[in-house]
Design a protein around this ligand. Structure first.
Ligand code: ACO
Length: 403
């Protein structure tokens, strides 16, 4: 890794690096990825160990504070988060301004951004206490907003947070409980939900995190920055991939059609890609995909859907792709999204909510990265350069001479 400022001075060299594949935009001590080997760690802890032994609140604390919490620190942290789970009642009224068939991500971008209009104290980014309160507020309120977006889309009344439940249980209840009907939380489903949140919590300088950092580098308030991250995450090449995996599986329809579909991908017909495969950084198995695959089997077993045709099709597709020369030579392996959509659908989420769940989980990564950036004394406004390909200087053409 070369720090070009040391070699060439402030403006001595421009690198042209579309998609920033070889450009480090920041230093960070939060998340480490070795894409060739397939390693992901948060603050030095392997994702597999965190998914197996910790819950999402512990991982949130780890990302924000740098260490795994003691029991006392965890209890204190959970108290801080649950204190903020409610939304101002006026924010709840925002939802009725959206069309009922609006994509919940569109609603998320709007409502999360609007939090800055309600929590003025948290917009003081120079006060460390307010930075932490803003982080807690976002981690606490984003699931409430996400569940409300869902409830609004299906025409059901909002279900308010219940703070004695775990983060995942509370989210499931706010999403699926219906007044006057008993809602029982399946512990296997709650555990899987918690794992999905852990696996999506942070992933160093991906597109949405870089968007959050870029927005924050101008001094914009944290709510505005996270809304920008949500907008970026929405794209099918990023957070929308698990939704795209289910569409692809539906299009393939039957395992007899896999070979034809793979042929279409390999010949790049209509730019077809195998969704849920490939990653900018991982050129090996995404370690999150292995955990997700196992969790997928556990959930489907618990829900009595072991023979779910979608899961069977996905497993067959994975097997065929992993033994195909094209995928081997391009180092294309399943990523975290290949199996997450199947679990989410089995739990009962509509596909339009998949990216929303990703946003709920990633909020902690975004705020941890945003805080790290603001607290970095070398931080300055993000401002990439460009390779100009337009006209050179030319004489101005008056209106009556233009063709
Ligand atoms: N299916 C088929 N071929 C692929 C795929 C894929 N999923 N991904 C990359 N390739 C091929 C490209 O066609 C290209 O081939 P070529 O060299 O013969 O032209 C080569 O691999 C490199 O592709 P790039 O687009 O340059 O790779 P990049 O690193 O930019 O893309 C990305 C990464 C966007 C994730 C890509 O692999 C992709 O589109 N995957 C499908 C979408 C997806 O699953 N996204 C989720 C990512 S994980 C997340 O956001 C949580």
């Amino acid at each position: 890794v070369v720090d070009i400022r040391k070699l060439y001075g402030e403006h001595g060299l421009f690198t042209y690096d579309p998609g920033y594949g070889s450009t480090g935009s920041t230093q960070s001590s939060i998340t480490y990825i070795d894409g060739d080997v397939g390693v992901l760690t948060h603050r030095g802890y392997k994702i597999e160990d965190l998914a197996e032994n910790s819950d999402f609140m512990e991982v949130c604390y780890l990302l924000l504070e740098g260490e795994l919490p003691t029991a006392k620190q965890k209890a204190e942290f959970e108290k801080n988060i649950t204190y903020h789970t409610m939304l101002h009642e006026q924010i709840a009224r925002f939802f009725s301004g959206f069309r009922r068939d609006a994509h919940p991500m569109a609603v998320m971008v709007g409502v999360v951004g609007a939090l800055s209009a309600f929590y003025h104290d948290s917009t003081d980014i120079h006060d460390p206490r307010q930075r932490m309160i803003a982080s807690h507020r976002l981690i606490a309120k984003v699931p409430t907003i996400a569940a409300m977006a869902y409830k609004y889309s299906v025409g059901q009344p909002f279900v308010y947070p219940q703070n004695e439940l775990s983060y995942a249980e509370n989210f499931l209840r706010m999403t699926f409980a219906v007044p006057a009907e008993e809602y029982k939380i399946d512990p296997v489903v709650a555990k899987a939900m918690d794992k999905i949140f852990i696996l999506h919590a942070d992933h160093e300088q991906n597109a949405s995190t870089s968007t959050v950092r870029m927005a924050g580098s101008s001094g914009a308030n944290p709510f505005a920055c996270i809304a920008a991250g949500i907008a970026c995450l929405w794209g099918p090449a990023h957070g929308g991939a698990n939704e795209a995996v289910l569409k692809m599986l539906a299009e393939i329809g039957h395992k007899d059609n896999i070979k034809d579909y793979i042929g279409k991908v390999k010949s790049k017909q209509d730019n077809t890609r195998l969704m849920g495969f490939g990653h900018r950084v991982y050129k090996n198995y995404d370690p999150r995909a292995s955990v997700m695959r196992k969790s997928c089997h556990e959930v489907l077993d618990a829900l009595g859907k072991r023979n779910d045709p979608l899961l069977q099709l996905a497993m067959e597709l994975e097997k065929i792709a992993l033994s195909d020369d094209y995928f081997i030579s391009h180092k294309l392996y399943p990523n975290v999204d290949f199996y997450s959509g199947i679990i989410l659908q089995a739990i009962g989420f509509p596909t339009s909510m998949f990216t929303v769940l990703f946003a709920v989980a990633r909020t902690v990564g975004w705020v941890a990265q945003w805080k790290e950036m603001i607290e970095d004394p070398t931080q300055r406004i993000g401002r990439p350069r460009q390779l100009y390909t337009g006209y050179g200087e030319r004489p101005y053409v008056p209106m009556n001479k233009r063709k």
